[in-house]
Design a binder for this molecule. Structure first.
Ligand SMILES: NC(=O)c1ccc[n+]([C@@H]2O[C@H](COP(=O)([O-])OP(=O)(O)OC[C@H]3O[C@@H](n4cnc5c(N)ncnc54)[C@H](OP(=O)(O)O)[C@@H]3O)[C@@H](O)[C@H]2O)c1
Length: 251
């Protein structure tokens, strides 16, 4: 990345694979001091020299506070936080497992809340900082098989909307990243053709560009996002007819 970025330091969760890993590598190559968190210490260590590996399970609120302390002690006050830790498993309607729903909510939603609670007070006290989380276009609407995942992403979009105006007055910018399909371990399990599939380095590039531009919502790829928004705006009978025809029957 040749662009000069507006941050000296960054903390990224979900950094061991996929989109988070690429965000870490691109920020570091642009000269940002980066701390990287996920549960797999070996994969974090493999990110390379100069990247601070902070193993962390984001479902543990106390561990998130300790991790944030460590990041600031080692690389200095955090300018940018990107919360990407996430999990996905398809839901079969004949096997509704409450534990899967709770695990997905605890990782995707509470994982963000836990890290947010650890970093937002110190940023507000300093009167500056930027916090972003990776939701998904799957949060725009309910989609087949996404009954455990989609609600966590809808909640993350709503969370960002709730916090943005007040936090901005305290000098802290909140934003939300809504990717379409990206080729990562998370989507490798999908047994259907993923429209507008993007590579993780491109997803990271667009995420960082949107963050650097200070956008509240960073959603890509644009054409897929436009189609989904148009679908979402339809009356429910037409929406469900299209979902049944083009999503359910096409799989
Ligand atoms: N790929 C897509 O098409 C797509 C589309 C929209 C949104 N997203 C979102 O983008 C984010 C990154 O996903 P990805 O596609 O890059 O998938 P990925 O490669 O599977 O990355 C998920 C990351 O989250 C970490 N993680 C999972 N549970 C964790 C926990 N409890 N504590 C800490 N870290 C945890 C994983 O590392 P460890 O296993 O080492 O902990 C990994 O680094 C996710 O929030 C995902 O929902 C992805």
């Amino acid at each position: 990345m040749s662009q000069t970025l507006p941050w000296k330091t960054a903390w990224v969760t979900g950094a061991s694979t996929g989109i988070g890993r690429e965000i870490v590598l691109q920020l570091a190559s642009a000269g940002v001091k980066v701390a990287a968190s996920a549960r797999s210490p070996d994969k974090l260590a493999a990110l390379g020299h100069g990247i601070l590996a902070i193993p962390l399970d984001v479902t543990d609120a106390g561990a998130c506070r300790v991790a944030a302390d460590r990041v600031e002690a080692e690389i200095g006050p955090i300018d940018l936080v990107v919360l990407g830790a996430g999990t996905y498993a398809p839901v079969a309607i004949d096997h509704l497992d409450p534990q899967l729903f709770a695990h997905t909510m605890s990782t995707n939603y509470m994982g963000v809340v836990n890290c947010l609670a650890a970093v937002a007070p110190r940023m507000m006290a300093r009167g500056q900082g930027q916090i972003s989380w990776i939701a998904s276009v799957a949060g725009f609407m309910g989609l087949p098989k996404a009954a455990a995942y989609g609600p966590t992403k809808a909640a993350l979009i709503n969370l960002a909307e709730c916090l943005e105006p007040e936090m901005k007055l305290k000098g802290v910018r909140i934003s939300v990243i809504n990717p379409g399909f990206v080729a990562t371990p998370l989507t490798a399990q999908n047994d259907f053709e993923m429209p507008f599939l993007m590579q993780p380095d491109e997803a990271a590039r667009r995420s960082i560009a949107g963050l650097a531009a200070g956008r509240f919502e960073i959603a890509y790829p644009r054409r897929f996002v436009a189609i989904l928004r148009a679908l979402r705006a339809l009356p429910y009978p037409i929406f469900f007819r299209l979902i049944t025809r083009f999503v359910l029957k096409a799989r």
